[in-house]
Design a protein around this ligand. Structure first.
Ligand code: C2G
Length: 139
């Protein structure tokens, strides 16, 4: 059984996330998603998510491509996760290109960066919603 892992915040889940999860799952038979906790997001990524960890976990667990969701609590847990879950391939979007190459030196796992879906992001969604709000308020 080929086991895949990927990491992320997955806030305001959108089709860019789904495209990533679908392609990651298609690389093997089992996909583990390490989901950033609210504390990790705030302390290590300075991100305040719209949805809490529990809600983001619920959404991910409803996706057919996702087999297991685990908490991502630190930048340093990747090597131990890969060993603990017997991972064959580590996958991330290519906005992280090169950042995790060390994993293939320290484990037997392959590292693969997949092209991001260019036009969509959580930041873009929030910006567009704010713009719409401004327009309606001023019209
Ligand atoms: N992604 C994508 N296309 C988008 C947006 C996101 O392919 N339009 C991918 C990202 O490249 C990432 C995954 O979806 O692989 C999750 O994206 P985020 O939730 O933004 O995750 P990030 O904040 O990059 O956290 O330790 C790694 C971090 O937890 C990654």
């Amino acid at each position: 059984m080929k086991r895949i892992i990927t990491y992320g915040t997955f806030d305001m889940l959108h089709y860019g996330h789904i495209n990533l999860l679908k392609r990651a799952r298609e690389m093997g038979d089992y996909l583990v998603v390490a989901l950033s906790t609210d504390e990790f997001n705030w302390h290590s990524k300075q991100k305040k998510t719209y949805f809490s960890f529990e809600k983001r976990k619920q959404l991910l667990e409803a996706i057919r491509y996702v087999d297991l969701v685990i908490p991502e609590e630190s930048w340093e847990q990747k090597i131990s996760d890969i060993n603990k879950y017997d991972i064959d391939t580590f996958v991330m979007g290519d906005d992280w290109n090169g950042q995790f190459d060390f994993i293939s030196n320290q484990t037997d796992a392959k590292v693969v960066y997949l092209a991001r879906t260019p036009e969509i992001s959580t930041t873009r969604i929030k910006k567009d919603l704010n713009k719409k709000k401004l327009v309606t308020e001023n019209s």
